[in-house]
Design a protein around this ligand. Structure first.
Ligand code: C2E
Ligand code: CA
Ligand code: CA
Length: 768
């Protein structure tokens, strides 16, 4: 408080106190009256001054509340001035004009507090809160009236009204103020208590004063007279420092809410007591009785209403809660289970594995606490999917999920990791032997035919990689990684089997990663070369050549079977493939320029390249720049890749542009005759695995014969790949095959070697 204000305050208060003290001692009646009024005037003005000072110092959000409090004190002081005037004029009616000002104070304060309270309440709380306020105030009022009024006599309606209105207005303000604190959750302080005390004090003082007026016992210079000044000072000093902020303390606010729940009960109890009092002391004043009765009934009504609302709110809350729970459950289901197979998904699996590993590591010394991970991958699932479409693929996956679960007979946690990969987590496997048996039974079980309603029996095996914690890995992530390496090893070794993780797999995987890294710079580094393997007809004349990519890292050749998949995975196949095509075209042009007769050159194309937008145009641009016709080029696309129907349009586009298309590795995919007919291809290449055992294996011989027959019917050319022996060649010739490629004739050769040994001069020299 600033010094000037403090000095003023002290002087002011001391003056009021002295005037009051003097009023008690001065014997003269009229001087007493003067001193009383002077003391009241000073106290009420000081109260207004403090309230004004308080208003000046609050933050803007509280300005309105403090304005209301200040206006009340101002009305009070003004009323006192009017009263002084009345006294000076010796005009003493009851009720008096000053009463108008005094009676306005309570409503102003009550309205101000109510406004401030509701401005700080959430919308859904305003309704029950207003019922609480109304009920409590009415109950308080009825109770006050029942104990206050029977003692007095009322001479007129105006008198009765004033008698009722003083307690009604001030006690309403006090009641509302008291309820506002817990309703909003304001931390109660001394200034709140002082303000409430001031309101209550005014109300009680006036109740007593009015009775004294009626009974004619009003006297100047009484101790009682100080009660007005004290109420004014208490209120003013409280308003000077009052803050009306919601407490940040959650616990406190919860306690406030709990307290508010008792308000209707308290109001009803008070109303009930009031009713009892009303009936045991009837005095025949029908109007007031009716008023009190009305108040009590209203209290009951409001309390009942409030309960109804609260019950409604609770019900709504419960419904909302149930909905949230349901949603959460659904969310959990979606987040943790695979929609197709109903099995736990990757996230669920990873969580479970992590927990199992953490659990096992706590008992690391107990050997039976191991966790085994079996990673299952379906062999050739992709081609089934591509051949019969995703619907059949999905049905198959559901079947697989069911079969795995059946085969495990309730042991272990089965989950679907990705597309056609499943995992089985087994806790405490007895031994590796037992695990091996389990894996073998899975492999065997999954290799049995799959009966699918739409497409009949399908054969599709599975490969499994197994890793063990803590034997093979120190944490769950490593366990998964190692199961993957084991799986990879299984697949490389020919699929349809299982493998345990061994340390070497890690090295292999690392090697693959290193290779992949180096592949990125291989193109710029000029590390690629193309070699050409001749294709011959039955007369052993060169009818074409296949361009094959070679990559050497640090002088060591890396097999295309190793790096092409890496290039495809990383998308590098697009620039690499384009380089191959450009180089092959330039080679054709160069051979021509050198005077060699070049039949056709086959180039391998990956589907990833086919999907590149504007692929046909890109290739046409290359041929144009190299000065060769598209007709010299055969694009080889593997069978399994070409079965995706979305590629038909692109294949057609390429054919229309003049390129010839060839289906590579024919027999390994799942082509149906119908699809083959719709494909715009001119050539089939029998995969070398069929050619390899053609002499010894009846099945393979049968397959090769069928392919040749099929090709003839469809008007396609057949190229047999991987011809290594004369016997194979003779068998193939017998089947009607007309073109051959293989080591029997030549491996893939450098361009100049191919030209020198396998190409003919453009203008053959005349032979005598
Ligand atoms: P592919 O298209 O089936 O190529 C034929 C593979 O058989 C070549 O292996 C070739 O060297 C090999 N081969 C040829 N004659 C014989 C034989 O008598 N016996 C045996 N056992 N094998 C023979 P290579 O060059 O290792 O290529 C492997 C695969 O890499 C190719 O199989 C092809 O799918 C892919 N590839 C090679 N170059 C490219 C390329 O430029 N682009 C794309 N996308 N893939 C390529
Ligand atoms: Ca090929
Ligand atoms: Ca091939």
């Amino acid at each position: 408080m600033p010094l000037a204000e403090r000095n003023l305050t002290v002087a002011w208060a001391v003056a009021a106190a002295l005037l009051f003290a003097a009023s008690l001692w001065v014997p003269h009646q009229s001087v007493r009256v003067f001193l009383d009024n002077a003391s009241w005037t000073l106290a009420l003005c000081l109260s207004a001054f403090w309230a004004w000072r308080g208003r000046m110092q609050v933050p803007p959000v509280e300005r309105l509340l403090h304005t209301g409090l200040f206006v009340g004190t101002l009305l009070m002081a003004t009323g006192q001035m009017v009263w002084n005037l009345q006294v000076a004029l010796d005009w003493n009616p009851f009720p008096a004009p000053a009463d108008l000002f005094f009676l306005a104070v309570g409503p102003v304060w009550a309205a101000t507090v109510i406004r401030a309270t509701f401005a700080r309440l959430a919308k859904d709380r305003t309704y029950p809160a207003s019922l609480d306020f109304g009920g409590a105030v009415l109950a308080l009022l009825a109770f006050t009236l029942v104990i206050y009024l029977p003692t007095g006599e009322m001479r007129s309606l105006a008198e009765g009204a004033v008698l009722v209105l003083y307690p009604a207005t001030f006690l309403t303000a006090a009641g509302v103020g008291a309820l506002a604190i817990p309703t909003v959750g304001v931390r109660i302080t001394r200034s709140h208590l002082l303000v409430l005390l001031g309101m209550l004090g005014y109300g009680l003082s006036w109740m007593q004063w009015n009775l004294m007026v009626i009974h004619g016992t009003v006297q100047p210079g009484l101790w009682f007279n100080a009660s007005f000044s004290l109420s004014a000072l208490a209120f003013g000093w409280g308003a000077r420092w009052l803050r009306f902020e919601v407490s940040a303390d959650q616990d406190y606010r919860r306690q406030c809410d709990q307290l508010m729940n008792y308000v209707p009960l308290v109001s009803m109890t008070l109303a009930a007591i009031t009713l009892v009092l009303l009936f045991i002391a009837p005095d025949g004043r029908v109007g007031v009785q009716a008023l009190i009765l009305g108040c009590c009934l209203l209290v009951l009504l409001l309390a009942a209403l409030r309960q109804t609302i609260v019950v409604g709110l609770l019900n709504r809350l419960r419904t909302a809660e149930a909905a949230v729970l349901r949603n959460e459950e659904q969310l959990y289901q979606v987040a943790h289970f695979d929609a197709l197979t109903g099995l736990p998904n990757r996230r669920y699996f990873e969580d479970a594995l992590e927990r199992a590993v953490a659990d096992a590591s706590r008992y690391a010394h107990a050997p039976d606490r191991r966790v085994a991970l079996l990673l299952i991958d379906l062999d050739h699932f992709k081609s089934v999917n591509e051949t019969y479409g995703h619907r059949v693929g999905d049905a198959l996956l559901s079947e697989v999920a069911q079969r795995i679960t059946q085969l495990l007979a309730g042991q272990g946690l089965v989950s679907r990791l990705a597309n056609d990969q499943f995992t089985v987590m087994l806790l405490r496997p007895a031994s590796r032997t037992v695990l091996a048996q389990r894996a073998a039974s899975l492999v065997e079980g999954l290799s049995r035919p799959w009966e699918l309603s739409e497409v009949g029996a399908q054969y599709m095996g599975a490969s499994i990689g197994i890793s063990l914690f803590p034997d093979d890995a120190s944490n769950s992530a490593e366990l998964v990684r190692h199961a993957h390496s084991a799986l990879h090893a299984t697949k490389s070794a020919g699929r349809g089997s299982y493998r345990f993780y061994i340390e070497e797999f890690t090295q292999i995987t690392r090697g693959r990663l290193e290779l992949r890294r180096r592949l990125h710079s291989a193109l710029q580094g000029g590390e690629f070369t193309l070699v050409y393997q001749p294709q011959l007809n039955q007369q052993r004349q060169t009818v074409g050549a296949e361009a094959l990519l070679r990559w050497s890292v640090d002088g060591k050749a890396v097999s295309p079977d190793e790096f092409i998949p890496l290039a495809e995975e990383s998308g590098l196949i697009v620039p690499i493939g384009l380089w191959v095509f450009e180089t092959a075209c330039r080679q054709v042009a160069q051979w021509r320029a050198e005077g060699w007769q070049v039949p056709v050159v086959s180039v391998n194309v990956s589907t990833i390249q086919l999907r590149e937008p504007g692929f046909t145009q890109t290739l046409l641009g290359v041929t144009q720049r190299a000065g060769v016709s598209p007709a010299v080029l055969v694009l080889e696309i593997t069978e399994s890749q070409l079965l995706d129907e979305s590629l038909y349009a692109i294949a057609l586009d390429l054919k229309n542009a003049g390129f010839a298309l060839s289906i590579d590795d024919f027999g390994t995919g799942h082509s149906s005759l119908i699809k083959l007919k719709r494909l715009p291809v001119g050539e089939l290449k029998i995969d070398k695995v069929f050619v390899r055992d053609i002499v010894v294996d009846v099945n393979d011989r049968e397959i090769c014969a069928t392919i040749n027959a099929l090709a003839r019917t469809l008007g396609l050319e057949v190229v047999a790949e991987g011809v290594e022996t004369e016997e194979q060649l003779q068998l193939l010739i017998k089947m009607g095959c007309e073109r051959f490629q293989g080591w029997l004739f030549a491996p893939a050769l450098a361009p100049e070697q191919l030209a020198r040994h396998w190409l003919q001069r453009q203008v053959p020299l005349a032979v005598h």
